[in-house]
Design a protein around this ligand. Structure first.
Ligand code: S5P
Length: 273
């Protein structure tokens, strides 16, 4: 695994342009924080993005929970992503046959391909979902070039998750098979030890995003299970994802700084800094 290497080193050697950019952003801002901005109006979303922008590497959205999604949402997010140098990750969790996910990703009501650098999918439908999303993003008429990438949802943080065992192994298989589009995983740990029937490419370097990160709480009443930034990074997270721990804190900016500090210190400890 490359998790002992610095983001700067990984940025230099990574074959995927978006992964390079992700590591460069982390290095430049000294942040491996993804804020999960699960608010329900465009104003709240853009407000959070602007206030937290300086402290985060990525903003994760659930764009379909907004009550007022419009052109203004897209323009606002894109402008703030440039202003603060962060990437956008729409957590749509595609999970359908290839023909359907292509239409959900590109065009449609939400126009996800237009504004979201990173998307994710479940491999429950099988290999075809990854193939379909890669095909769309790598087609010669796709307007956003190599500035797009996919994370495979290889595990989940909720109690009783069925994303384990053969499902997680298949996640690694398809990531390897479609490594030119797959950036890595949403998972609770590095997946190097997981059995896979596909051999790794030379220099393989999948990026691990870990959700379910919270400094104050162990979980919620609906089965969410939390770990701390330190624990997540120790288990192999390259980017920690925090939602309510940040946006529902009394002072979200102070909270974002706390997660940034703890996530970065854990990263430095891991790379021996
Ligand atoms: O396994 C998972 C995968 C994801 S993407 N568990 C999760 O909680 N998520 C998402 O991370 C979830 O949809 C939510 O947007 C965020 C966690 O939010 P929090 O408020 O519990 O930190």
């Amino acid at each position: 695994s490359k998790s002992q290497l610095t983001y700067a080193v990984r940025a230099e050697s990574h074959p995927n342009p978006l992964a390079r950019r992700l590591f460069q952003v982390a290095e430049a801002k000294k942040s491996n924080v993804t804020v999960s901005a699960d608010v329900t109006t465009t104003k709240e979303l853009l407000d959070l993005a602007d206030r937290l922008g300086p402290y985060i590497a990525v903003i994760k959205t659930h764009i379909d929970i907004l009550s007022d999604f419009s052109e203004e949402t897209i323009t606002g997010l894109r402008t703030l992503a440039e202003k603060h140098n962060f990437l956008i990750f729409e957590d749509r969790k595609f999970i359908d046959i290839g023909n359907t996910v292509q239409k959900q990703y590109h065009n449609g009501t939400l126009r996800i391909s237009e504004w979201s650098h990173i998307i994710n999918c479940s491999v429950l439908p099988g290999e075809g979902i990854v193939e379909a999303l890669a095909q769309t993003a790598q087609s010669p008429d796709f307007p956003y070039g190599s500035d797009r990438g996919l994370l495979i949802l290889a595990e989940m943080t909720s109690k009783g998750s069925l994303a384990t065992g053969a499902y997680t192994s298949a996640s690694v298989d398809y990531a390897r098979k479609y490594h030119s589009f797959v950036l890595g995983f949403v998972a609770t740990r590095a997946l190097g030890e997981v059995e896979s029937s596909v051999a790794p490419a030379e220099g393989e370097d999948f990026v691990v995003f870990t959700t379910g990160v919270n400094l104050e709480s162990k979980g919620d009443k609906l089965g969410q299970q939390y770990q701390t930034p330190k624990s997540a990074v120790g288990r192999g997270a390259d980017f920690i994802i925090a939602g309510r721990g940040i946006y529902a804190a009394p002072d979200p900016v102070e909270a974002a700084k706390q997660y940034q500090k703890q996530g970065w210190e854990a990263y430095l400890a891991r790379v021996g800094g």
